[in-house]
Design a protein around this ligand. Structure first.
Ligand SMILES: *Cc1c(COP(=O)(O)O)cnc(C)c1O
Length: 401
């Protein structure tokens, strides 16, 4: 057996099969490239679902992590530490908000937002106890906790995990009328992805997100934007909502915030909204730890210059122009997305998304299918134009166009 086959057999024997990874075993990575245990190099067009926006082993982020590793890594929130204040202040400033509540994973940020919205509903809006409702969209992806899968419409993500958490209303994504009709006095929040990544990089119809903003403001309902995948440069702006000129009440951030080094997530909002928490009412042992803050501070500093957003916008235009040329040629049905982020619907006759991903793997390009015959392309924002073009060439080879 090859080193790859041995590693995969061992992983399958000793780990739960809650994933079905492509048959590649990565040993090291740098920038947009990964090297497997047999020395083969692959172009990474997934970037850890946007956790690796700044590329593998980004020197600024690795240096920030190393320096912090030698000072202090964990204090718990029982004590203050000297990276915390800067992290919160600078992240709040990047978001033009006032307060930050740091957690670790994206799902924890979503859970924190659910708690925030409910507590705000009872304490500030005056919703009767136990009656708070949160409206979400169909085909959402917000994480994997029992509460979050309770409002998933994906049978794979949800089946056999009941009893489910009540208090959520699901409306079709992109349908403002349905959203308006679902709202009641007890609605405390609308929780949405500005672009639905896992659903296949679905961009809602123009005007939808401004409409959600207007409606939530009118009805005294919080607009919670899950920018965990869409935010922090991916779409060519710091936040995907900026494309529509929309400012939400609450941002949920994660993935790229940890620079591909450590898990860092955050809820970012106003003092009025995050001010609902009192000591002891919510928390996390690792949330806002010194190592996480040091890395995320560097991420915020990198985003402040706008250079990564600009890069994503320019290379994204190029990516969408090139992918657009494939539409209608028989191999590609539709391309969606914004910036360096694309959902590509391959003609089903050419194979499932999984099969296309496996053929791209053989060509040394790593992507991930979403469902059906859709693949997503989301390279690290540091990818060079030449490497991106090389990856697009491999895609054309696989599609025989
Ligand atoms: C990945 C993701 C999450 C969950 O983040 P985890 O860190 O995997 O818990 C939530 N929302 C969106 C939009 C995501 O892409």
């Amino acid at each position: 057996m090859s080193a790859t086959e041995t590693a995969i057999a061992s992983a399958e024997a000793h780990s739960a099969h809650n994933y079905h990874p492509l048959p590649v075993v990565v040993a090291s990575a740098e920038g947009a490239w990964m090297t497997d245990v047999e020395g083969r190099r692959y172009l990474d067009l997934l970037a850890g679902y946007s956790a690796l926006n700044f590329g593998h082993g980004n020197p600024r982020l690795i240096d920030a992590a190393k320096a912090q590793l030698e000072r202090v890594t964990l204090t718990s929130r029982a004590f203050h530490h000297d990276r915390f204040a800067d992290f919160c202040a600078q992240l709040a400033e990047l978001c033009s908000m006032e307060m930050v509540l740091p957690m670790n994973t994206g799902a924890e940020a979503v859970e924190t937002a659910v708690k925030t919205a409910r507590k705000w509903g009872y304490r500030v809006k005056g919703v009767p106890d136990g009656m708070a409702k949160i409206i979400v969209a169909s085909d959402n992806f917000h994480g994997r906790t029992t509460t979050i899968v309770s409002f998933s419409t994906d049978p794979e993500a949800r089946a056999d995990y009941g009893p489910y958490t009540p208090g959520f209303e699901i409306v079709p994504y992109g349908d403002l009328t349905a959203l308006r009709e679902a709202m009641t006095e007890n609605t405390v929040a609308v929780l949405l992805e500005p672009i639905q990544g896992e659903a296949g990089v679905l961009v809602p119809p123009a005007g939808y997100l401004p409409g959600v903003r207007e409606l939530t403001r009118e009805r005294n309902v919080l607009f919670v934007a899950d920018e965990i995948q869409s935010g922090l440069g991916r779409t060519g702006k710091t936040f995907a909502l900026e494309h529509e000129g929309v400012v939400p009440d609450v941002y949920l951030l994660g993935k790229a915030l940890g620079g591909g080094v450590v898990p860092v997530s955050a809820v970012v909002s106003s003092a009025e909204i995050l001010g609902v928490f009192r000591p002891g009412e919510h928390g996390s042992t690792f949330g806002g730890n010194p190592l996480a803050c040091a890395v995320a501070l560097e991420v915020v500093a990198m985003l402040r210059t706008g250079e990564f957003q600009e890069r994503a916008a320019e290379l994204g235009d190029h990516l969408h122009r090139e992918l657009g040329l494939l539409v209608g040629g028989g191999a590609v049905e539709t391309v969606r997305g914004r910036g360096l982020w694309a959902g590509v619907d391959i003609t089903p006759a050419l194979g499932t998304g999984r099969e296309i991903s496996e053929r791209l793997l053989a060509e040394r390009v790593l992507v991930k299918d979403t469902h059906g015959s859709t693949i997503r392309i989301a390279p690290p924002l540091v990818i060079s134009k030449e490497d991106l073009d090389w990856g697009l060439d491999r895609l054309r080879t696989v599609l025989s166009v």
